[in-house]
Write a protein that binds this ligand. Structure first.
Ligand code: MG
Length: 235
């Protein structure tokens, strides 16, 4: 296979934005289970990148909460309320390397799609200013944030849809993801996968099938995307 990249498909939470999903899930557990048991590892492995309803059920199952199917809808609703409250009080920070990466890619003319499972992603991206005055959201030709009509990651649906709307074969699309579920979605779509290990979780991203894992997106040279040199040589 070739590793040449003609388009980018980016996840939002954990790649571009340090949004407080993990903390909201943890805080919303109060009364259901000990919030301290909701570790970052559990969040990354079972919840991150998945649609809210799927994430709620997966978390309750992982924590052994009785009757998880019955309690998941309420847990998901409490998580959303907590998330909105955290965003109101603390705001959302863009990862500086994530912002630089999409600005460098946009300057090079690479078409980009944004594919968050979260329905909150648009508002958060719109609230992030760019150096030239626009908002972060304006940089993306295709926006599939919070599109609930297909199955969630790790199903490849959203990646295949993004590739189609970018008019680029999935094999020439590079999916940038921080969660194993997102890397799996990319690989299931036969796309290329770049893992961003912001939480000391490079091994999990590699195990999910990432073609390269970086700690910061500053490590990736945009000109290497077109030549295939961005990818780690196979071990
Ligand atoms: Mg993510």
């Amino acid at each position: 296979m070739t590793s040449r990249v003609s388009a980018l498909i980016l996840d939002v939470d954990g790649v571009l934005l340090a949004s407080p999903h993990e903390q909201a899930w943890r805080d919303a557990l109060t009364g259901l289970a000990d919030p301290a048991r909701f570790t970052s590892r559990l969040y990354q492995d079972r919840v991150a990148g998945r649609p809210r309803a799927d994430g709620a059920l997966a978390a309750l199952e992982a924590l052994g909460v009785p009757g998880p199917e019955d309690r998941a809808p309420d847990y998901a609703a409490r998580k959303q309320a907590r998330l909105e409250s955290l965003i109101r009080t603390d705001g959302v920070q863009a990862f500086p390397d994530g912002l630089r990466f999409v600005e460098r890619a946009a300057a090079a003319g690479l078409p980009m799609a944004v594919v968050s499972s979260s329905r909150n992603a648009d508002a958060m991206l719109k609230a992030c200013p760019r150096s030239d005055g626009g908002s972060l959201l304006d940089l993306f030709r295709v926006n599939l944030n919070g599109r609930g009509e297909g199955p969630g990651k790790p199903d490849p649906w959203i990646v295949l849809r993004a590739a189609a709307e970018l008019e680029t074969p999935p094999q020439a699309c590079l999916v940038v993801e921080d969660a194993p579920a997102g890397v799996r979605a990319a690989r299931a779509a036969d796309a290329l996968a770049l893992g961003v290990a912001r939480q000391d979780d490079a091994a999990a991203l590699r195990a999910a099938g990432a073609h390269r894992v970086v700690v910061s997106l500053d490590e990736v040279e945009i000109e290497d995307l077109a030549t295939g040199l961005w990818r780690e040589p196979p071990a």
